[in-house]
Design a protein around this ligand. Sequence first.
Ligand code: AMP
Length: 480
Amino acid sequence: MPTIQEELDRRQLLYSLLMPVMNLYVPGMDKGKGLYFLFVKSETKTPGGLLARPVLTSYYKSDHFKTRPHDPYNVYTSPNEAILCPDSFHSMYTQMLCGLLEHKQVLRVGAVFASGLLRAIRFLQLNWAQLTHDIRTGTLNPKITNPSIQACMTRILKPDPNLADFIAAECSKDNWEGIITRIWPNTKYLDVIVTGAMAQYIPTLNHYSGGLPLACTMYASSECYFGLNLNPMCKPSEVSYTIMPNMAYFEFLPHKPNSIGATRPELVDLANVEVGKEYELVITTYAGLYRYRVGDILLVTGFHNSAPQFHFVRRKNVLLSIDSDKTDESELQRAVENASQLVLSEFNASVVEYTSYADTRTIPGHYVIYWELLLKDYSGESLSDEVMSRCCLAMEESLNSVYRQGRVADNSIGPLEIRVVKSGTFEELMDYSISRGASINQYKVPRCVSYTPIMELLDSRVVSAHFSKFLPHWTSERCR
Ligand code: AMP
């Protein structure tokens, strides 16, 4: 995405509004620190010689971030040296270590997206023994060889056996429920985006945080930063973002899901959108994008003064299609949630991660959904085929009538399949994407996969596969 120097000022302006807004709802945030897992990525050059890097890497490497004046509301436990270290293991290790050392000062825990925070928890699960060793002895893990991190940790790290004992005692328990508040007892909220595709993570975050509030503070993209949530303590399902009119020139394409072939609707200006209507976001940016379709569908929920507020509905793409059916991200999400609620909750299990694939190699083709499960009840190692095939059916029942018609009346879609993958598979998927150039901060689990190496990776981790054994409900009336 093209960007220009002055864009940083605009982004800074948005960032600088977040804590004053938060302070209206959660006072005292200047009395402690934020534990944020923030990462940079290595840079490349375009064929024309321009620097190319993810938007957040640009921000963290800018003077706006590196030489920011002291602001008691924005003090992080992570030193700049750790955030700016391009090696993701060194960076994560140091950020976690510093967060543990200052566990009582931490008032909020966050990452850009929910997936990043869960990755940090997983990292703690895998590395707590070494981390507590470092805290006990006051020495840094010899694997951390980055010189600026070493220099900075020499100043910070002092032996603290009591703290090491405390953390080791918590981390060695089998049950990690509420681990965030157990280790960082003064945390008031989690600062992570869980709207849109990230809603999938809400149950897992609730599990690890014991139900702390989830603050979705801002809505932004590589192309442009859009706006902020003026009521950040509201429930994730009620989040609306207020678009800041000075970030770009905003226009809106009225969104009518089934209007293919109809006359092209007129663009509507920011001030003229109507409450209750859905629009596709179109931006003209200072950096040079002209009437660019971001691909996000937004619903107008109200106004703050004259600035409209939007609920993020979804990205405008179809994920799965076998025949004339079209399943988008939010439908798939709902289907996973329903199956999880109707079937898995009975067994104290939940879906940690999922992705999908339209398998058209078989005739008829069918939907394949990869599930990584969290089994909270340690007595059961896996769920039976009978339970899993009920999950398949529950998902099918939640899909739209065109899908069910294809299954029942047309026989153009085969039974939905769930492939259960080993715990940690989606972590490996993320590692793979990062090794191929994805940014840790901006990484989002693809909700649909088709790239052969990724499918091979997923398929090699499959523990069991299950199919829907019955047809979902469908009547012709419903389709009219
Ligand atoms: P990227 O440019 O890779 O950071 O992706 C930007 C996209 O992420 C946006 O266009 C949205 O689809 C999604 N996104 C960013 N912020 C939010 C948010 N607060 N809620 C939901 N989706 C978001």
